[in-house]
Design a binder for this molecule. Structure first.
Ligand code: PHB
Length: 360
């Protein structure tokens, strides 16, 4: 009898604390770059995420959302400490991050070890939704392979045969080039030289000289953020743009086009978003974003917005109780996410299955 009472009391306490936890604010840890070459990308992701939450009246799955933030500086060496701060010091319920693939891999490892929910709103590291995939890890963006592979097909169809690639030497650059090369060489093209420099260096001159000397039919590139602005300008200033067409994964010109000005005119890139889709869904998103932030949205803003949508889908299914991991994952896996890019669903490994646009 006594034992039964204790068990009953314990069950009551557990039920009460679960109910309290559901009533409490949900703590979302934003781990994004606020400094460095990807700073603007971090801002756009945060803006997009917060726009969706605001559209839902500040609540997802019945729980008010509270944010804590860490500037990850796009520095993989600091990533594990930064993510542990959010989990252990700030006790976040959900992690959202990040832009840089190397930092995201460290986040994914900690998320996998601790079971903390993680939404990756940009970083394309193939492993995050490959060998490292987990029931509690979701990506609202892309894998590095996706835009690269699409461009391999495009450049082969254009009749280019010999191509030089140039990128930063880290997971995103390597995997983008690998995806490109896979499709391009399958279609009969040849990558004659793979050039790279360490992230986030922007001293492109020696490599541009090498491109001029190699005289390929075209160049494929992965750069993003501040580095992409400088690369496009340096490529034109070196006199290469007229003779050797430049192509890239769409990060080359997304969020950077204004700063690149005429030097970006005519560039063809592949990406899972474009600013001229002219669908009712994208138009209403773009209008709301522009009104709220006095800024034009870009792919990063969309990815942040969709990370919040995915979190909302999971939370609604479990009525705000993040401990129900299997039901949470099941709901996201079954969902069609109503993205400004066009509706998409996620693969078994939680990566978007989506269309890639060719943009000029
Ligand atoms: C990445 O590191 O995965 C990355 C960074 C910036 C981008 C795209 C991918 O624009």
């Amino acid at each position: 009898m006594k034992l039964k009472n204790i068990a009953f009391a314990a069950a009551l306490v557990a039920a009460t604390s679960a109910a309290q936890a559901q009533g409490a604010k949900l703590k979302v840890g934003l781990m994004l770059p606020a400094t460095g070459t990807f700073a603007a990308l971090g801002t756009a992701i945060e803006n997009g995420f917060k726009l969706y939450v605001a559209e839902q009246g500040g609540k997802l799955g019945g729980r008010e959302i509270e944010f804590v933030k860490v500037d990850d500086e796009s520095d993989p060496a600091k990533a594990t400490d930064n993510v542990n701060k959010l989990i252990k010091r700030d006790n976040v319920d959900v992690l959202v991050g990040t832009v840089h693939s190397g930092v995201a891999m460290a986040m994914a490892k900690v998320a996998k070890d601790t079971g903390t929910l993680l939404f990756v709103p940009n970083a394309g590291a193939d492993a995050v939704t490959g060998p490292m995939c987990a029931p509690n890890i979701f990506r609202s963006s892309f894998s590095n392979w996706q835009p690269g592979y699409a461009m391999g097909e495009v450049m082969a169809k254009k009749g280019h045969k010999n191509v030089v690639t140039i990128t930063w030497k880290y997971a995103a650059g390597d995997e983008s080039v690998k995806g490109f090369k896979e499709a391009f060489e399958k279609a009969g093209g040849k990558v004659v030289k793979e050039l790279s420099l360490p992230f986030p260096n922007v001293e492109f001159q020696a490599l541009l000289t090498e491109i001029a000397a190699t005289k390929p039919d075209a160049v494929y590139t992965f750069f993003a953020g501040g580095g992409a602005v400088k690369f496009v300008k340096d490529y034109a200033a070196a006199g290469l743009k007229k003779n050797i067409p430049l192509y890239g994964a769409g990060f080359l010109t997304d969020g950077t086009l204004e700063a690149q000005g005429a030097d970006a005119d005519g560039l063809l890139t592949t990406l899972h978003y474009a600013d001229s889709l002219n669908t009712p869904r994208d138009n209403s998103f773009r209008l709301a974003y522009a009104k709220t932030y006095k800024l034009q949205p870009d792919v990063y803003a969309v990815q942040g917005y969709d990370a919040a949508q995915m979190l909302g889908i999971g939370l609604t299914a479990v009525k705000g109780d993040v401990s129900k991991k299997a039901e949470f994952a099941d709901a996201v896996r079954k969902a069609k996410i109503d993205s400004p890019r066009g509706a998409f669903s996620v693969s078994k490994a939680h990566n978007p299955v989506q269309d890639i646009y060719l943009r000029r």
